[in-house]
Write a protein that binds this ligand. Structure first.
Ligand code: AMP
Length: 192
């Protein structure tokens, strides 16, 4: 089983690239943000709990995220060759929890692919997405800024965490969707 993490700040194109990668490499795409938005839409207990947090651009607590992740990882699809994790892990405790889950299966993270983009591109991409998808957390500048602050504070330390394991790969995410996809596929094909 392959376990890829697609990493990067909000608006880096993690979701778009994950969909393409899942299709090309027969991977199950797990987006914790997407799962949370579905919970909000269905007005489930979890959805009601996380709605305000997400709409303020803060992070949902690690225990809640982990419970949700455990459920989907155990529901693997037929013909699944692995997973592409999009938006998870976002904190060091989440990365440690993932390592434990994989260790119990005799597995480990295959590669972390990091989409590096300039801050002004983040705002352009999110503004474009806000026109296509109606994500409340994409509509308000203060919320987007808060998500970037959370990224720097809580998520960026993961770069050092994964660099240490030698499985961290960088991609210049400022390019077009097709160019980014090609660069990511080149990395995956090399380490296969
Ligand atoms: P995303 O679709 O990945 O941009 O996630 C949207 C929002 O969902 C984030 O801004 C967080 O509020 C929440 N979220 C998604 N994934 C996580 C995670 N792994 N840990 C904490 N909060 C998350």
């Amino acid at each position: 089983m392959k376990y890829y993490i697609i990493f990067g700040p909000p608006g880096a194109g993690k979701g778009t690239q994950s969909v393409l990668l899942a299709e090309k490499y027969s991977l199950t795409h797990i987006s914790t943000g997407e799962l949370l938005r579905k919970e909000i839409e269905s007005k489930s207990e979890l959805g009601l709990k996380v709605k305000a947090i997400i709409e303020n651009g803060r992070l949902v607590d690690d225990a809640t995220i982990l419970e949700m992740l455990n459920k989907v990882v155990s529901e693997a699809q037929n013909g699944n060759k692995g997973y592409i994790l999009d938006g998870y892990p976002r904190t060091i405790p989440q990365a440690e929890a993932l390592d434990k889950i994989l260790e119990a299966k005799g597995q480990k993270v295959t590669a972390v692919i990091s989409l590096e983009i300039d801050e002004e591109v983040i705002f352009q991409r999110i503004a474009m997405r806000a026109q296509m998808e109606e994500r409340k957390d994409d509509m308000d500048r203060a919320t987007i800024e808060n998500r970037i602050v959370q990224y720097h504070k809580k998520t960026e330390p993961l770069i050092a965490y994964y660099k240490e394991s030698g499985r961290y790969y960088r991609v210049n995410g400022n390019k077009s969707i097709d160019e980014n996809f090609k660069d990511i596929c080149d990395i995956i094909d090399k380490i296969k």
